[in-house]
Design a protein around this ligand. Structure first.
Ligand code: ZN
Length: 309
């Protein structure tokens, strides 16, 4: 079975909203333990995403609540799921084990406080998404009209991420923030973004951004959000995802493609990719067009190779 590394899901958010969901087999979840096993998961990233509705003063605390869910309801209740803090933790996983990486989607939770980011690092966070769609103290997101860049504090956040060997995640940034970040970040990824040339959505990356990611050895996690694929939106298929992969390959990015499903962060799904089990179908579709060696890079190896720590 093809090993899968998925760089983004919002299962912690869903479990935070509903404290009765069991990670083991809840069918409310796109990503649950049984689905991961079924489709060959080797590593899953779990995002801490703080909804806009949470008051500023409460955001760090909500981040801690999601960290608690990660340890109590995912790791402790599912002994085959192993915490990943460094690359060696991935490489020593056996076939039955699944590595779990804690990631931050947007720096809203840390306010203006680097100590909070260091604290999240100490709790296991290994990837720092700078914004969600709007502005925060770090940078402007892709829906923030003024298109501002990284703040001085944002530069400190990227520098700290470099020093601690965490990924800097450029997904959700506005263009100017992207360019400020790509210049500074030693370990850039786009955990869940697609190709702007194929569908002009502010969450997608333009050709020059993709080329800059390639130049920096960054990985782009192709995402399964139906709204980022093409104009058909309500009726999207796995072949639409393959178009985005083909395109990045045509720019020379075969070593820069990964997957970041956004499962549990989306209500609508792509036909054939209704939940994590769909990865099996995706791999079968890829096999019609790519060698197993290439598919292994897309599904697993590219993200593992760039894991900085
Ligand atoms: Zn997102």
């Amino acid at each position: 079975m093809m090993k899968i590394f998925d760089a983004h899901c919002d299962v912690l958010y869903k479990m935070w909203l509903n404290n009765k969901i069991s990670f083991k087999d809840s069918d409310i979840l796109h990503v649950n333990y049984e689905n991961l096993v079924f489709a060959g998961s080797q590593v899953q990233c779990f995002a801490i995403y703080i909804p806009e509705s949470v008051r500023f003063d409460d955001r760090f605390n909500v981040a801690l609540e999601m960290v608690d869910i990660f340890y109590e309801r995912i790791l402790n209740e599912n002994p085959k799921i192993k915490l990943v803090l460094e690359k060696a933790d991935i490489l020593k996983l056996n076939e039955e084990e699944i590595g779990a990486i804690l990631t931050l989607e947007g720096c809203d939770a840390i306010g203006h406080d680097l100590v909070k980011l260091k604290t999240l690092y100490r709790l296991g966070v290994r990837s720092v998404g700078l914004t969600w769609n709007f502005a925060n103290a770090v940078a402007d997101g892709c829906r923030e009209k003024r298109n501002g860049g990284l703040s001085n504090f944002g530069m400190e956040v990227v520098q700290l991420s470099n020093d601690l060997k965490m990924w800097t995640d450029v997904s959700h940034l506005c263009e100017r923030s992207f360019w400020d970040t790509i210049e500074l970040a030693q370990f850039p990824i786009a955990s869940h973004s697609n190709v702007y040339s194929l569908f002009q959505h502010p969450r997608n990356l333009k050709d020059d951004q993709i080329k800059a990611m390639i130049a920096k050895k960054g990985i782009i996690g192709i995402t399964f959000v139906p709204y980022f694929l093409n104009e058909t939106v309500q009726n999207t298929h796995i072949k639409d995802i393959l178009n985005h992969i083909d395109y990045i390959c045509s720019l020379g990015g075969e070593r820069n493609i990964g997957f970041g499903s956004d499962f549990d962060g989306i209500d609508d799904t792509i036909n054939g990719l209704e939940d994590y089990r769909g990865y099996k179908v995706l791999v079968e579709e890829l096999q019609k067009q790519y060698s197993n060696e290439q598919i292994f890079k897309f599904c697993y190896q590219n993200f593992v190779d760039t894991f900085p720590n």
